[in-house]
Design a binder for this molecule. Structure first.
Ligand code: ADP
Ligand code: ASP
Ligand code: MG
Length: 409
């Protein structure tokens, strides 16, 4: 008998038929003698619909009320999955984030899990019940309902698996596993048998939305090995785990894309200590997440900085920067550009192989795709390109590194 924690995403519970399918899968595991805790997302599209409704009522809904609203999506689906289980004779009970003992911290809509008290879950499991737990939500220290950021049910599942010391943790979704690139964009993308936490984390934060990045960080920190697999078949998925020696033989594990990016460039910044900090501080005060940062060496005593961010933050960023820049220097200007996307190559093999950037840029050049900003980390090279070229860019780079073919040992 094993304790299995599973997570079912929005598409997997997207209709009553899909919910029946989930119930049958859970029943099979139960009939085999396992204990099962299933963390469930809102039905596909529900969270987006709730956001759209809020924005029809008011331009800037408060984040507190957004948490109250968005957490209802998961509450619908846990009750429906539990009812489907009752219908086929499984003794199941639904539990909210609060009942699962999930304590959170941080700003509304961007919660982080800081502790789990699994007592209620353990008691129910002892009674022989299957647990259907709401993903994406917890209770903040001050008693407020709190959500964990988009895709946050992944984090709920990993954290629950860690708190219960589960034998198995599975993220069930609408693809068979983690692919070398988004299979909707790159048709010959290949399913990876395994990937290291660090690679999965870099890919997730570079736009590979099959896993929420914070959930991977949590899994790495607490050593939760998990598998990403399909809720629609029984094919083996992708194991996400600690890196081992053979992994480094592969130069590039995957290619990630992230759309809807924007670039802000500030020119005419006095070349003095502390200027960059002041600019970044005013973006941080406005709670804007910036991604790539490029700073040019000063010319004639004036420097220029560029940042990328999600395009939905562009208006807020310009508004926050205007007064700050006016104070720094009367000569500074703010230039903005939207309609860009980010392409990232990720692989721990980059640490021991050279020429990766050259090969990536050559592939883009041959495909007539212009590169904007470039940043690198130890295991990632990222570039911006025009958003309308991002799919061609991903295919060109995927092909250049032969990612459709399994590496030979
Ligand atoms: P869920 O609703 O189950 O949480 P998501 O929509 O969040 O599922 O994530 C699954 C989707 O992630 C897939 O449908 C796929 O299009 C997308 N995706 C992007 N990049 C990858 C990748 N490299 N491997 C697998 N899926 C990917
Ligand atoms: N329902 C939330 C979302 O759509 C959380 C999740 O699905 O993981 O982002
Ligand atoms: Mg998801």
């Amino acid at each position: 008998m094993a304790l299995i924690v599973q997570k079912y995403g929005g598409t997997s519970v997207g209709s009553l038929d899909r919910i029946r399918n989930v119930a049958n899968r859970i029943k099979t595991l139960r009939d085999e003698g396992n204990q099962v805790v299933a963390v469930v997302s809102a039905m596909g599209g529900v969270t987006d619909k709730l956001i759209a409704m809020a924005k029809e009522l008011i331009d800037e809904p408060t984040e507190r009320e957004m948490d109250v609203l968005l957490s209802t999506g998961e509450q619908q689906s846990i009750a429906l999955v539990t009812m489907a289980l009752h219908q086929i004779g499984v003794d199941a009970v639904s539990i909210t984030g609060r009942q699962a003992g999930i304590s959170t911290t941080g700003s509304h809509t961007r919660g982080r899990i800081n502790a789990i008290n699994p007592d209620m879950m353990k008691n129910y499991l002892k009674e022989g019940k299957v647990l259907i737990c709401a993903g994406f939500q917890g209770l903040r220290e001050d008693g407020m309902i709190h959500t964990l950021g988009r895709g946050g049910s992944d984090l709920s599942a990993i954290a629950v698996a860690s708190a219960l010391k589960a034998d198995v943790c599975q993220i069930l979704t609408d693809v068979d596993g983690v692919y070398t690139s988004d299979p909707r964009v790159v048709k010959d993308a290949r399913k990876l048998p395994e990937i290291s936490y660090d690679e999965m984390l870099e890919m997730a934060s570079a736009g590979t939305k099959v896993m929420q990045s914070r959930s991977v960080e949590f899994a790495k920190k607490y050593g939760v090995v998990f598998e990403v697999r399909s809720s629609l078949n029984n094919n083996p998925g992708t194991i996400v785990t600690e890196e081992h020696d053979q992994m480094e033989a592969v130069v590039i594990r995957g290619v990630s894309i992230e759309r809807s990016q924007a670039l802000v460039t500030i020119t005419g910044i006095p070349d003095e200590p502390g200027m960059s900090a002041k600019i970044l501080m005013c973006l941080a005060d406005a709670e804007i997440n910036i991604d790539m940062i490029v700073s040019n060496i000063a010319y004639d005593g004036l420097a220029r900085h560029s940042f990328t961010m999600h395009s939905s933050d562009l208006g807020k960023a310009s508004a926050a920067l205007k007064p700050c820049i006016a104070q720094l220097s009367p000569d500074s200007t703010i230039l903005t550009e939207s309609g860009i996307a980010k392409l990232s190559c990720v692989g721990i093999g980059m640490r021991s192989h050279s020429g990766v950037a050259a090969k990536m840029f050559e592939a883009l050049g041959e495909a007539k795709i212009n590169i904007g900003v470039i940043t690198t980390s130890e295991i990632k090279i990222a570039v911006t390109v025009d958003e309308h070229q991002i799919e061609d860019a991903a295919r060109a780079v995927h092909e250049a590194f032969n990612l459709d073919k399994a590496p030979t040992a």
